[in-house]
Design a protein around this ligand. Structure first.
Ligand SMILES: Cc1cc2nc3c(=O)[nH]c(=O)nc-3n(C[C@H](O)[C@H](O)[C@H](O)COP(=O)(O)O)c2cc1C
Length: 242
């Protein structure tokens, strides 16, 4: 249809990178693209930490569940929800910021995600590959400590960026009728049945027949790893979402 839509529809996460740097001008363009994302009430309630130090990178890779590409990718960014700057702005006027509030927590998390996804698309448009790293939320307090995050800032996810050294298969998505509704939400389990089979075929092909699983089985496995610690962590970090 056009180059941008085709770029978006060709996205695949990259977990192996060439030993080739991302240039300063590429990185600047990527971060500027992130900054151009829409943002709730212009709050820009996010920050991004570019982690360059190799010891920090290895520690983050371990905290993320030993994901080697976190220390090996040319660039590693940590996207944070950030109400700290908002708090400071409100205090300049002698007012009390609203922090212990689910709405502002959502705003900051959404702002971080929108900025990050703009960065991801910008990187892919330059021929680079990316993978998000939610694994940082395995140990969010340790990650926050390593990066010196103040109260009211938390790491939503990391992102590896670099020149791809692999060409993974496109991972199939749910059929349109499972996610797209007109006027009223309609429960479409039949679409999920079909998708289970697409994911079974995809996983078999990707792993030379070694992994036999379906999407709903993967979801059941994920339900066993609920990251229950997030609520207490967010409250300790000042987000007050109880
Ligand atoms: C918020 C978020 C966190 C993710 N965390 C990880 C991660 O820790 N490690 C990883 O290898 N992939 C991670 N991914 C990548 C997803 O597994 C991937 O996007 C999904 O399986 C779809 O595959 P695709 O991106 O290749 O189309 C994450 C993606 C998102 C959006």
């Amino acid at each position: 249809m056009n180059e941008i839509i085709s770029l978006l529809q060709n996205h695949r996460s990259i977990r192996k990178f060439k030993d080739q740097p991302v240039s300063e001008s590429q990185l600047n363009a990527i971060v500027a693209a992130a900054q151009a994302a829409s943002t709730s009430s212009n709050m820009q309630a996010y920050s991004v930490v570019h982690v360059k130090d190799s010891s920090l990178r290895s520690q983050l890779a371990a905290l993320a569940g030993n994901q080697a590409y976190v220390s090996e990718s040319p660039v590693f960014l940590v996207w944070c929800a950030d109400l700290h700057r908002y708090e400071q702005a409100v205090r300049r006027h002698g007012d009390t910021p609203v922090t212990g509030n689910a709405e502002n927590f959502i705003i900051a998390t959404v702002d971080a995600a929108l900025a990050a996804q703009n960065a991801a698309v910008a990187a892919e448009s330059l021929g680079l590959g990316v993978v998000y790293i939610g694994g940082l939320r395995n140990k969010p307090a340790e990650v926050s400590e390593l990066l010196g995050l103040p109260q009211l800032v938390y790491p939503v996810f990391g992102m590896c960026i670099g020149m791809p050294d692999q060409e993974p298969l496109l991972r199939p998505r749910l059929p349109l009728e499972a996610v797209y509704h007109v006027n009223q939400y309609t429960d479409n389990q039949v679409a999920v049945d079909g998708y289970d089979e697409s994911i079974r075929d995809y996983m078999k092909e990707r792993t030379d027949g070694k992994v036999d699983t379906t999407w709903s089985k993967e979801m059941a496995a994920k339900a066993q790893r609920p990251r229950e610690h997030m609520k207490a962590f967010l409250n300790a970090q000042g987000f007050g979402i109880e």
